[in-house]
Design a protein around this ligand. Sequence first.
Ligand code: HEC
Length: 217
Amino acid sequence: MLKILKPTLLVICFCIASLCQIFAEDNVSDNETIVEIRQQTMQAIWQRLDRLSALIARPGDVIASSDGNSIVIGNKETQSTETYALIHGREAIQDASEISNFLKQVKDFWPDNTSAAHIKHTSAEKLVWLIPDAFKRYYTDAVIASENLELSLSSEDDEKIRRSVCMLALSCGRCHAAFRKVRYSNLRKEGRGWTGSYESCWKYKNEITLDSTSIRK
Ligand code: HEC
């Protein structure tokens, strides 16, 4: 009896062990996909913010149009939303609303097992999981800032629009400064929008330093 039981038990154990392994591998590859999706979505967000930064460009700044030409901003302090549509082939408000949607789509793409300890190619800092409430607060700041930008773009009030573009850019930069590692390999392609440090936004940065909730207003 024992003669049969022993090998049978061994086979069962072996099956369970390999099943466990398959599940474990599945989890890792799921989490890799999660990291890739959140990185690609962030890239798509940046592409749009980069276009929107034309709205806060200063005289002499060079911006790229949708057909790849460089355009130097003239004396007028900012571009109007109409020129934006002409240069980029799309409405500014569409970019703003897509940023808002993208941010909401990857809001929960930060599960426990997706830190650098589990997934090599993530640039998310361990802090995301050590102080999750702060991460969530910054995240909500960005979502609200993107909604505010949509609102101010429909108001056509230039000063309001400038402030909202800056508040959004600063919400990206503030989170990245705390929660995202800058990798050497990323340095070359790192745009200003990743850090939120547009010169024309400095005055709003002071506003946030004095009152951190002003980023949501
Ligand atoms: C609450 C925090 C937070 C906010 C807000 C935020 N990001 Fe990120 N972002 C991150 C983290 C964390 C990573 C690293 C993700 C990873 O590598 O897994 C990242 C990565 C990126 C990347 C690099 C993606 C890659 O290919 O590695 C870009 C570009 C980016 N963000 C742009 C933006 C822009 C633009 C905004 C604002 C509209 C923004 N992010 C808002 C946390 C944030």
